[in-house]
Design a protein around this ligand. Structure first.
Ligand code: PLP
Ligand code: SF4
Length: 335
């Protein structure tokens, strides 16, 4: 059973009045696991900002609920097929903690819009170019082991499905859910990858470490997708601590995401050039293994594009390439 704390309990703990936030939670659901709430050290710290509702969520009425056009790209409810060889299957609508910046804020934790799993399996089976299925939601690890086992077994019976990825924030928000029994079950379905979602070094706890170790020991390749969040992790030092800490937890940083243009999340967004400069600032300072791709997921379902520091210029004599310390160096292709 997932233990959670209410806004009232949080208000009591921090001797503040949070009753005005109930109106936000009526629009965008609020749930905070006891474990994650326990990481809060003070109101408005990086953990608080990620999970406690803010009135600013309701100020944003301009952006779209679904800027990535996921609904249009779903051939059947709950299966998003945007790239030729891979698709996202939404298997759960719930999470252990609802992130205030969630890109699926329009649906996670809400009723309606359920996935049609039998239709999704039929579509995948009838689409031989699909070799990579990404289980997402919500959080797939909110499902009981046997239900997840069923989903994985069904996908594994489709011969052209080569790899399965799970996207889950459970190692961050409810690490005790990662049990030896769960890992044994998952290990029956290799090759299996799991991308988790750490955003701040305060999340790199002994409990999270233990959860990641269990998964890694089961042979599951661990990656991490971080969202660049204003007031949470939008400075180089915090990002360096997070990324190098992830390697210590045997998690390989995969993506750093520019915030999507999702309604209700504007107060988290940083300008695009800030992310580009931040990712540029990491090169040379920390292990290359720790540096993710900084990507923007373009509106209209146009897909993810890496955003790179502008380090390459062509001139009449060949190339000028900028080093991580800012020096321009000539490079000429041999003839
Ligand atoms: C992000 C995403 C994927 C996976 O993209 P990769 O770059 O392969 O990690 C697949 N489908 C959709 C709809 C996505 O948004
Ligand atoms: S865990 Fe993922 S799907 Fe769930 S609320 Fe957070 S960002 Fe959204």
């Amino acid at each position: 059973m997932l233990q959670t704390v209410s806004l009232a309990e949080l208000a009591h703990r921090f001797r503040s009045d949070l009753s005005h936030l109930e109106q936000v939670a009526a629009v965008y659901p609020c749930r905070i696991s006891s474990y994650y709430a326990g990481l809060i050290t003070a109101p408005h710290d990086p953990i608080w900002r990620q999970c406690v509702p803010s009135v600013e969520e309701l100020d944003d009425t301009v952006q779209l609920p679904d800027p990535l056009d996921e609904e249009r790209l779903s051939p059947v409810p709950g299966l998003i097929h945007r790239y030729p060889d891979r698709a996202v299957l939404l298997v759960s609508n719930r999470c252990a903690t609802y992130c205030r910046f969630c890109m699926r804020k329009r649906k996670v934790g809400c009723s309606g819009g359920e996935s049609d799993l039998p239709a999704a399996y039929a579509y995948i089976a009838a689409t031989p170019q699909l070799r990579d299925i990404i289980l997402s939601g919500g959080d797939p690890l909110m499902l009981p082991d046997d239900e997840l086992h069923q989903i994985l077994s069904t996908l594994r019976r489709i011969p052209h499905v080569e790899i399965i990825r799970i996207g889950s924030r459970i190692p961050v928000t409810n690490p005790s859910r990662i049990t030896p029994a769960l890992c044994r079950m998952l290990a029956e379905h290799h090759p299996l990858y799991l991308n988790t979602h750490f955003n701040h070094p305060m999340e790199l706890t002994p409990e999270a470490d233990q959860a990641c170790s269990l998964l890694a020991d089961a042979g599951i390749q661990l990656g991490n997708q971080t969202v660049l969040l204003k007031g949470v992790n939008d400075d180089s030092l915090t990002m360096q601590k997070l990324l190098t800490g992830l390697l210590r937890l045997r998690v390989r940083p995969y993506y750093l995401h520019q915030m999507d243009l999702v309604r209700g999340t504007a107060h988290f967004r940083t300008p695009l050039e800030q992310g580009r400069d931040l990712i540029g600032s990491l090169r040379g300072k920390i292990s290359g293994m720790a540096i993710p791709h900084f990507v923007i997921d373009l509106p209209g379902g146009k897909g993810k594009v890496p955003v790179l520091p502008d380090s390459l210029h062509r001139d009449d004599n060949g190339w000028q390439v900028q080093t991580c310390s800012g020096e321009w160096v000539r490079y000429t292709d041999p003839v």
